[in-house]
Design a protein around this ligand. Structure first.
Ligand code: ADP
Ligand code: MG
Length: 584
């Protein structure tokens, strides 16, 4: 029940609406009880002698209006509160998820996270708006009818209620079962969402390798799992109404048995008895709804547990409570005995004892074979991950002691995989600096040699980039990413194979532009091409997470047996291959 109380806390800001909804429910209950009450005068007076016909007619209409208005407003207000609570919860969850570290996103897939955000929150929403409304309104109605029963004849009422305790135990047990099965169902839904998201994202690979049938089968299995889980929920849910109906039957039999005796002995009029039985019948509706309320609440609890699980996950990259602002551009960046292992393999270090100092304005090139740990090394600087051991210091301050925002605001980043958003070209570049003027955007694009192809697009800078940037070539996408990083105008620039998709000619042009921009910036450049690396103030050769060589281009080349010289020799072969590749 604890998740439920936590949910209620999210409803606290909407107290006013809840109170109004409650008042509307009282109207609904009063109208319902009045209708049951009116049966007595109808049978005892109106039908035999047309006495009080008009006033009774007015009363019936008034009761319906009262009940109807109460029903409408309580429904509307409760739905409103439910939707508001759920919207708040969604926004909170979304923000929370976005704040998580890279590790968090690696452990969960997009499909899974989307499922929590849509399906689980949706399940909670149904519970909050429909169920809570039902719970309150039907309880009030039930209490009204019960009061009426006791008012007529409390002996009779007691007799009818004898069955009620019997049904409580199965209700509670079924509720628990429902919570488990709902969880299974939501998990199956999440799995299905994950399977489909994966295939849609990788649709080209799926097609290229003719794996449509295999993927469809995988989806089929996920869908079947969901079907089974849903049927388990249905099996539990469908027991409830017959159970409640049976209870009603028992009550009526009891009423007949006891009531007929009372009528024969003259202690009860037929009108009293008819009114009584009518109230009993009317009770059946709320009782049935209430039996489902518990069910929905259990379902909501199952889903909110999954939501809170996510909300309570805090990634390991957290800001120190007394974090300080990194105000000025750094003078020196130091990696001090940095060790790092991804948390699923902490025993297998990816970086082993990396020590290095970079002065402001320097360009550092990081070279090494694929898998050596180059990307990992630069990812530590914006704190996508925290070092396992050792420290990274900016002007002598451990980066774990500064605010994430101020740290990251110092960094312009071009990642290995280019990420573009479904937006205009201009907005994609301005992503780094919202509010940048078109002049600034264009300047950045020119520097990244992107201006030419952007101008050639039908709408220029206002052209939309289709989802995932599929209307652009790899090289064009990279140039947009570079323009974006340049517009950021941050003192530290990280280029992770930022020019790998460019042909040699464009690369040389972009290199030139980058060289100018790097003049008064500290840059970390991961590159395979020699032309990029040659210019660096410091070249670091990484091999299996260790710095095996460090120095300037000519210094390193002077060691013919060195790792850099070896890479360089391979590179020369690569250069030749580039020359025969036609430019894009
Ligand atoms: N998110 C990750 N989780 C676990 N291991 C990873 C992760 N990213 C990379 N690795 C591992 O770390 C090593 C270095 O990867 P990376 O830094 O990407 O190399 P490079 O950029 O030099 O090609 C590789 O062995 C890779 O398998
Ligand atoms: Mg890499």
């Amino acid at each position: 029940m604890q998740p439920l109380f936590r949910l209620f806390r999210y409803a606290a800001p909407y107290r006013g609406r809840l109170a109004a909804a409650f008042v509307a429910m009282l109207f609904y209950a009063a109208g319902s009880a009045a209708l049951a009450y009116l049966i007595k005068p109808i049978i005892d007076k109106v039908l035999p002698s047309r006495e009080d016909l008009q006033i009774t007619a007015v009363a019936i209409i008034a009761a319906y209006v009262c009940k109807g208005l109460g029903s409408y407003f309580s429904e509307y207000l409760m739905a409103d509160v439910g939707q508001r609570v759920v919207t708040d919860l969604r926004n909170l969850l979304y923000h929370h998820v976005l704040d998580q570290s890279a590790t968090f996103f690696k452990q969960r897939t997009t499909g899974q996270l989307m499922s929590r955000l849509t399906n689980d929150v949706g399940q909670v929403q149904r519970a909050v708006s429909e169920t809570i409304a039902d719970l309150i309104r039907e309880s009030v109605a039930l209490a009204g009818y019960a009061a009426l029963l006791f008012y007529y004849d409390y002996g009779l009422a007691l007799v009818c209620m004898t069955g009620a305790p019997l049904v409580l135990y199965p209700l509670v047990r079924l509720g628990q079962r429902l919570r488990r099965t709902t969880r299974l169902s939501q998990e199956a839904l999440e799995h299905m969402s994950h399977v489909s998201a994966e295939a849609f994202t990788g649709h080209r690979i799926v097609k290229a390798f003719g794996a449509e049938t295999r993927e469809a089968e995988r989806f089929g299995r996920a869908a079947f799992r969901l079907y089974r889980a849903n049927m388990r929920v249905t099996r539990v849910l469908s027991i409830l109404p017959p159970l409640m109906e049976l209870l009603g039957g028992v009550g009526i039999v009891a009423a007949l048995w006891y009531g007929s005796r009372e009528i024969v002995s003259g202690r009860l009029t037929t009108g009293d008895f008819a009114s009584f039985v009518a109230a009993l019948f009317l009770m059946y509706g709320p009782a049935k709804k209430l039996s489902r309320v518990n069910a929905s609440i259990q379902q909501a609890v199952a889903s909110s547990e999954r939501i809170f699980e996510l909300l309570d996950t805090h990634s390991e990259v957290i800001e120190a409570p007394d974090a300080i602002e990194l105000r000025k551009p750094p003078d020196a960046i130091e990696f001090r005995h940095v060790r790092f292992g991804y948390d699923d393999a902490r025993h297998r270090p990816i970086l082993k004892d990396v020590t290095l100092t970079v002065q402001a304005g320097q360009m550092i090139a990081i070279v090494g074979q694929s898998g050596a740990g180059k990307t990992t090394l630069v990812n530590l600087l914006p704190r996508f991950y925290d070092v396992t051991d050792g420290a990274i210091l900016i002007d002598g301050v451990d980066i774990r002691r500064v605010t994430l925002k101020s740290l990251r605001s110092q960094i312009g980043l071009v990642t290995q995989e280019t990420v573009l958003f479904d937006d205009t070209v201009a907005n994609n570049i301005a992503y780094a600096a919202p509010g940048a003027s078109i002049v600034e955007i264009e300047a950045a694009a020119r520097a990244a040699h992107a201006h030419e192809f952007i101008s050639a697009m039908p709408n220029g800078y206002a052209s939309k980039i289709a989802e995932r940037g599929q209307r652009l070539s790899g090289g064009q996408r990279q140039r947009l990413a570079i323009a974006r990083a340049l517009l950021r105008n941050a003192p530290i620039l990280i280029l992770d194979e930022a020019t790998s998709s460019l042909d040699t000619e464009s690369e040389l042009l972009v290199q030139d532009a980058l060289a100018n921009l790097m003049l008064n910036r500290t840059s970390f450049v991961i590159a395979h091409r020699l032309s990029t690396v040659r210019r660096a103030d410091l070249i670091i050769v990484l091999e299996a997470g260790e710095i095996v060589e460090m120095g300037r281009h000519d210094e390193l080349l002077a060691r013919p047996e060195g790792a850099y010289a070896r890479l360089h020799a391979l590179q020369l072969l690569g250069m030749k291959r580039d020359e025969v590749t036609p430019a894009r």
